[in-house]
Design a protein around this ligand. Structure first.
Ligand code: SF4
Ligand code: SF4
Length: 441
């Protein structure tokens, strides 16, 4: 009994599931037909074995958070991604989520917070990033969850911080007021010019989403000027990266990330086009620095910092180490890219069942860099590249520490442009550059 604890009773969400899976998405990750009913059950599932055995459905009302389902060895979990829903109002062409229109039950959300406070051990500070689907679809629940979490964390002598990865289309004045009140951080996923955004990120109804995003951006930047515009660049849109960069700058973004996606779709020609575009961005960054303005561009900044540091970080990310994803059922995964049916073997456990230290051991390593199969010692990116996204590597090469050739080539584009920006501004003893990167002045 000492191992069990339930957060205060809460009101069920509008799309609550009567039963939840014990075994994760491979066994019961929701209705595989995407019918949208959120039934989560079915004849074959009802016929599962008796309770307590693999494949069993436990009625939601009888589930209890298991406080022993936390790491017993290795790194304590201090950061979680939290899938509040798998539903999204967009249908991005490259999305890796398997949608079936289910929400996280409110009780699971509250239990997840309590679980994190225990899984973090002696750490004094923990972080939660709301994800989805589109997390703002669950704004009403977020409004209840955040105050609860702040109170409960204080009772544990901890502080808890919240962030969100949102597509920006549902940002209203009420949302921004809530963000301000509770100090939430966030990333906005936005692909580029209206044309690119509409092409890559249509709504469920097939309309473009750019007009919704353009309406939200001024509200977002008025709240946090440094919010990052994160764009996923696919090979087909490589030639419009610079135009998108200008669009972001015109909107007022000063932190911009163009992250290549779908590495297997790239080839030498599209990579060359991307490099040409990224060089133009590098030249703009140089010009803005000459005028005393700092624009943070992912890839350029990382290269320069690594070049000055002369060593790479040990980890690409915290996936499966200090960070995990809690999915809508309370199942634990290395991160938000790792809860697909075909990756079921990567499931770490459930907040209602167990935390399997062995399942994450391949990720909970002291140094990812030394495990990479690439010959990084001769690569111009060696001081900042930590081997890319392990989940992406797994999808593209079948191994978390083996990168796709195109992924390495695209990272080297960042290195070459970053070196050009560094050398140009350093040679000029540009004061804005030296203050930003060498902490001079
Ligand atoms: S780009 Fe590839 S070869 Fe270069 S440092 Fe990164 S993983 Fe190693
Ligand atoms: S595995 Fe990839 S997607 Fe997951 S946290 Fe790491 S970098 Fe991000």
């Amino acid at each position: 009994m000492a191992q069990e604890l339930m957060a205060p009773p809460v009101t069920r969400g509008p799309v609550g599931l009567p039963v939840l899976s014990v075994l994760g998405t491979s066994e019961g990750g929701g209705c595989g037909t995407s019918c949208g009913s959120g039934c989560g059950s079915g004849a074959s599932r009802k016929a599962a074995a008796a309770e307590g055995e693999p494949g069993v459905q436990i009625p939601f009302a009888r589930r209890r958070l298991k406080l022993s389902a936390v790491p017993t060895s290795g790194t304590a979990v201090t950061n979680i991604d939290m899938d509040l829903t798998v539903e999204c109002n967009l249908r991005c062409t490259y999305c890796f989520k398997e949608k079936w229109n289910e929400h996280m039950e409110e009780q699971v959300a509250f239990d997840t917070i309590v679980w994190l406070l225990h899984a973090s051990g002696s750490a004094r500070s923990v972080n939660v990033n709301f994800m989805g689907g589109e997390p703002l679809i669950r704004f009403r629940m977020i409004q209840k969850l955040v105050p609860f979490a702040k109170r409960r964390a204080a009772e544990h002598g901890k502080s808890i911080h919240f962030g969100m990865t949102t597509n920006g289309t549902l940002v209203t004045d009420e949302v921004v007021a809530f963000w301000k009140k509770w100090g939430l951080g966030f990333h906005t996923s936005i692909d580029g010019t209206p044309e690119i955004q509409d092409q890559n990120r249509p709504t469920t109804g097939g309309r473009g989403s750019s007009r919704l995003v353009a309406k939200a951006v001024p509200k977002i930047l008025a709240y946090r000027q440094g919010t990052t515009a994160r764009s996923t660049v696919v090979a087909a849109s490589a030639g419009s990266v610079y135009e998108s960069y200008r669009y972001f700058r015109d909107l007022g973004y000063t932190s911009i990330a163009f992250v290549p996606g779908g590495n297997t779709e790239w080839n030498d020609d599209s990579i060359a086009i991307y490099e040409g575009q990224f060089r133009r961005i590098g030249d703009d960054v140089i010009e803005e620095m000459r005028q005393g303005r700092v624009v943070n561009v992912k890839g350029i900044d990382e290269f320069i910092e690594g070049h000055i540091r002369q060593s790479r970080h040990k980890h690409a990310c915290g996936a499966g180490r200090g960070m995990v994803l809690i999915d809508i059922h309370g199942d634990i995964w290395p991160c938000h890219r790792w809860n697909k049916e075909k990756e079921a073997s990567w499931r770490i456990g459930s907040i209602y069942e167990q935390f399997d230290d062995a399942a994450r051991s391949i990720l909970d390593q002291p140094d990812h860099g030394v495990l990479l199969e690439q010959n990084c010692a001769i690569c111009p990116a060696q001081n900042f590249c930590t081997g890319g996204c392990p989940a992406e590597n797994l999808e593209e090469t079948g191994a978390v520490y083996r990168r796709h050739r195109n992924a390495c080539e695209l990272t080297r584009v960042w290195a070459r442009v970053g070196l050009h920006v560094h050398d140009t501004l350093k040679a000029e003893s540009n004061p804005t550059f030296l203050t930003r990167f060498y902490k001079a002045g």
